[in-house]
Design a protein around this ligand. Sequence first.
Ligand SMILES: [Zn+2]
Length: 183
Amino acid sequence: MSENAIFPGDKIASIEEYEAGNNAFDDGDMVRAATVGEKDIDKESRTANIKHPKLLSIPKVGDIIIGTVAAVMSSMIAVSIDYINGKPTTSKVECVCGTRNLRIRNVALVNDIVTLKIINHLNGTIHAAINEPNLGILFTKCRKCGSKVVPMRDAIKCTECGWIDERKLSANFGNSDFVNLRG
Ligand SMILES: [Zn+2]
Protein backbone atom coordinates (compact mmCIF):
# COMPACT_ATOMS: atom_id res chain seq x y z
CA MET A 1 0.00 0.00 0.00
CA SER A 2 1.12 3.52 -0.75
CA GLU A 3 2.13 5.26 2.43
CA ASN A 4 1.32 8.60 0.81
CA ALA A 5 -2.35 7.84 0.39
CA ILE A 6 -4.49 10.72 1.61
CA PHE A 7 -8.19 10.67 2.27
CA PRO A 8 -10.73 13.49 2.08
CA GLY A 9 -10.50 15.65 5.20
CA ASP A 10 -6.94 14.61 6.05
CA LYS A 11 -4.69 17.45 7.22
CA ILE A 12 -1.96 18.12 4.68
CA ALA A 13 -0.44 21.41 5.86
CA SER A 14 -0.86 24.40 8.15
CA ILE A 15 -2.44 27.49 6.58
CA GLU A 16 0.32 29.55 8.17
CA GLU A 17 2.77 27.87 5.80
CA TYR A 18 0.75 26.90 2.74
CA GLU A 19 -2.35 27.84 0.82
CA ALA A 20 -4.87 25.31 -0.35
CA GLY A 21 -4.09 24.32 -3.93
CA ASN A 22 -5.58 21.71 -6.21
CA ASN A 23 -8.09 19.33 -4.62
CA ALA A 24 -7.53 20.96 -1.22
CA PHE A 25 -9.38 23.38 1.02
CA ASP A 26 -8.56 25.30 4.17
CA ASP A 27 -10.73 25.02 7.25
CA GLY A 28 -9.40 28.22 8.81
CA ASP A 29 -6.58 26.37 10.53
CA MET A 30 -5.32 23.53 8.39
CA VAL A 31 -5.19 22.77 4.69
CA ARG A 32 -7.13 19.56 4.15
CA ALA A 33 -7.57 17.14 1.28
CA ALA A 34 -10.78 17.41 -0.70
CA THR A 35 -10.23 14.10 -2.45
CA VAL A 36 -8.36 10.82 -2.28
CA GLY A 37 -4.85 11.09 -3.67
CA GLU A 38 -1.25 11.84 -2.85
CA LYS A 39 0.07 14.88 -1.05
CA ASP A 40 1.97 17.31 -3.26
CA ILE A 41 3.57 20.24 -1.45
CA ASP A 42 4.79 22.97 -3.80
CA LYS A 43 7.34 25.04 -1.89
CA GLU A 44 7.74 27.62 -4.67
CA SER A 45 4.10 28.57 -4.96
CA ARG A 46 3.56 27.77 -1.27
CA THR A 47 0.54 25.63 -2.05
CA ALA A 48 -0.49 22.27 -0.68
CA ASN A 49 -2.11 20.12 -3.36
CA ILE A 50 -3.54 16.67 -3.73
CA LYS A 51 -2.55 14.80 -6.84
CA HIS A 52 -5.52 12.75 -7.90
CA PRO A 53 -4.43 9.23 -8.75
CA LYS A 54 -5.19 7.78 -12.14
CA LEU A 55 -8.34 6.01 -11.17
CA LEU A 56 -7.88 2.50 -12.42
CA SER A 57 -11.42 1.63 -11.61
CA ILE A 58 -11.38 -1.90 -13.00
CA PRO A 59 -8.69 -4.18 -11.58
CA LYS A 60 -6.95 -6.56 -13.97
CA VAL A 61 -6.39 -10.28 -13.52
CA GLY A 62 -3.48 -10.74 -11.13
CA ASP A 63 -3.96 -7.38 -9.39
CA ILE A 64 -3.94 -7.31 -5.58
CA ILE A 65 -6.77 -5.31 -4.08
CA ILE A 66 -7.62 -4.12 -0.60
CA GLY A 67 -11.26 -3.53 0.12
CA THR A 68 -14.06 -3.42 2.62
CA VAL A 69 -16.36 -6.41 2.99
CA ALA A 70 -19.78 -5.22 1.83
CA ALA A 71 -21.75 -8.45 2.17
CA VAL A 72 -21.21 -11.97 3.47
CA MET A 73 -23.18 -14.78 1.86
CA SER A 74 -23.09 -18.50 2.49
CA SER A 75 -20.57 -19.29 -0.24
CA MET A 76 -19.02 -15.92 -1.11
CA ILE A 77 -18.21 -12.45 0.09
CA ALA A 78 -18.67 -9.18 -1.80
CA VAL A 79 -15.91 -6.62 -1.37
CA SER A 80 -15.94 -2.91 -2.22
CA ILE A 81 -12.49 -2.13 -3.65
CA ASP A 82 -10.53 0.69 -1.97
CA TYR A 83 -7.01 0.02 -3.32
CA ILE A 84 -5.71 -1.61 -6.48
CA ASN A 85 -2.03 -2.61 -6.23
CA GLY A 86 -1.61 -0.12 -3.40
CA LYS A 87 -3.17 2.82 -5.26
CA PRO A 88 -6.37 4.28 -3.83
CA THR A 89 -9.48 4.15 -5.95
CA THR A 90 -12.73 5.97 -5.31
CA SER A 91 -14.78 4.15 -7.90
CA LYS A 92 -16.27 1.68 -5.41
CA VAL A 93 -16.13 -1.25 -7.81
CA GLU A 94 -17.09 -4.51 -6.14
CA CYS A 95 -15.62 -7.93 -6.55
CA VAL A 96 -16.80 -11.27 -5.24
CA CYS A 97 -14.76 -14.03 -3.68
CA GLY A 98 -15.84 -17.64 -3.28
CA THR A 99 -15.39 -18.95 0.26
CA ARG A 100 -17.02 -22.37 0.06
CA ASN A 101 -13.73 -24.30 -0.13
CA LEU A 102 -12.13 -22.67 2.88
CA ARG A 103 -14.04 -24.68 5.51
CA ILE A 104 -14.03 -21.68 7.83
CA ARG A 105 -17.16 -20.70 9.70
CA ASN A 106 -16.79 -16.92 9.51
CA VAL A 107 -14.34 -16.17 6.73
CA ALA A 108 -15.08 -12.46 7.10
CA LEU A 109 -17.56 -10.07 8.62
CA VAL A 110 -19.19 -7.05 6.99
CA ASN A 111 -16.82 -4.05 7.27
CA ASP A 112 -13.72 -6.22 7.66
CA ILE A 113 -10.73 -5.05 5.61
CA VAL A 114 -9.53 -7.76 3.28
CA THR A 115 -6.84 -8.22 0.64
CA LEU A 116 -7.59 -10.36 -2.40
CA LYS A 117 -6.11 -11.29 -5.78
CA ILE A 118 -8.21 -10.77 -8.92
CA ILE A 119 -8.58 -14.06 -10.80
CA ASN A 120 -11.06 -13.34 -13.61
CA HIS A 121 -13.90 -11.28 -14.98
CA LEU A 122 -16.98 -13.37 -15.74
CA ASN A 123 -20.27 -11.98 -17.04
CA GLY A 124 -19.45 -8.52 -15.76
CA THR A 125 -18.55 -9.76 -12.30
CA ILE A 126 -15.02 -9.43 -10.99
CA HIS A 127 -13.91 -12.58 -9.18
CA ALA A 128 -11.12 -12.65 -6.62
CA ALA A 129 -9.24 -15.30 -4.64
CA ILE A 130 -8.46 -15.36 -0.92
CA ASN A 131 -6.66 -18.72 -0.64
CA GLU A 132 -3.00 -17.63 -0.52
CA PRO A 133 -1.03 -16.87 2.66
CA ASN A 134 -0.82 -13.11 2.07
CA LEU A 135 -4.48 -12.88 1.11
CA GLY A 136 -7.28 -12.64 3.61
CA ILE A 137 -8.42 -10.47 6.45
CA LEU A 138 -6.27 -7.48 7.42
CA PHE A 139 -8.63 -6.02 10.00
CA THR A 140 -11.59 -7.50 11.84
CA LYS A 141 -13.40 -7.21 15.15
CA CYS A 142 -15.10 -9.52 17.61
CA ARG A 143 -18.42 -10.78 16.26
CA LYS A 144 -19.95 -10.76 19.75
CA CYS A 145 -18.87 -7.47 21.27
CA GLY A 146 -17.04 -5.55 18.52
CA SER A 147 -13.76 -5.35 20.44
CA LYS A 148 -10.19 -5.86 19.28
CA VAL A 149 -9.10 -9.40 18.46
CA VAL A 150 -5.70 -11.05 18.39
CA PRO A 151 -4.67 -14.00 16.21
CA MET A 152 -4.33 -17.47 17.72
CA ARG A 153 -2.95 -19.90 15.13
CA ASP A 154 -5.74 -20.00 12.51
CA ALA A 155 -8.28 -18.46 14.85
CA ILE A 156 -8.80 -15.11 16.51
CA LYS A 157 -9.59 -14.33 20.13
CA CYS A 158 -11.36 -11.27 21.50
CA THR A 159 -9.29 -9.30 23.99
CA GLU A 160 -12.45 -8.23 25.86
CA CYS A 161 -14.94 -11.09 25.98
CA GLY A 162 -12.63 -13.98 25.05
CA TRP A 163 -14.81 -15.14 22.16
CA ILE A 164 -12.83 -17.37 19.80
CA ASP A 165 -13.76 -17.24 16.15
CA GLU A 166 -12.35 -18.22 12.78
CA ARG A 167 -11.28 -16.00 9.91
CA LYS A 168 -9.16 -16.43 6.81
CA LEU A 169 -6.40 -14.14 8.05
CA SER A 170 -3.78 -12.60 5.80
CA ALA A 171 -0.17 -13.25 6.81
CA ASN A 172 -0.08 -9.44 7.16
CA PHE A 173 -2.92 -9.39 9.69
CA GLY A 174 -2.14 -6.95 12.50
CA ASN A 175 0.93 -5.48 10.79
CA SER A 176 -0.56 -2.09 10.00
CA ASP A 177 -3.18 0.29 11.19
CA PHE A 178 -5.83 -0.42 8.60
CA VAL A 179 -8.49 1.18 10.77
CA ASN A 180 -7.70 4.45 9.02
CA LEU A 181 -8.86 3.00 5.74
CA ARG A 182 -12.38 2.87 7.08
CA GLY A 183 -12.70 6.65 7.02
ZN1 LIG B 1 -15.63 -9.85 22.16
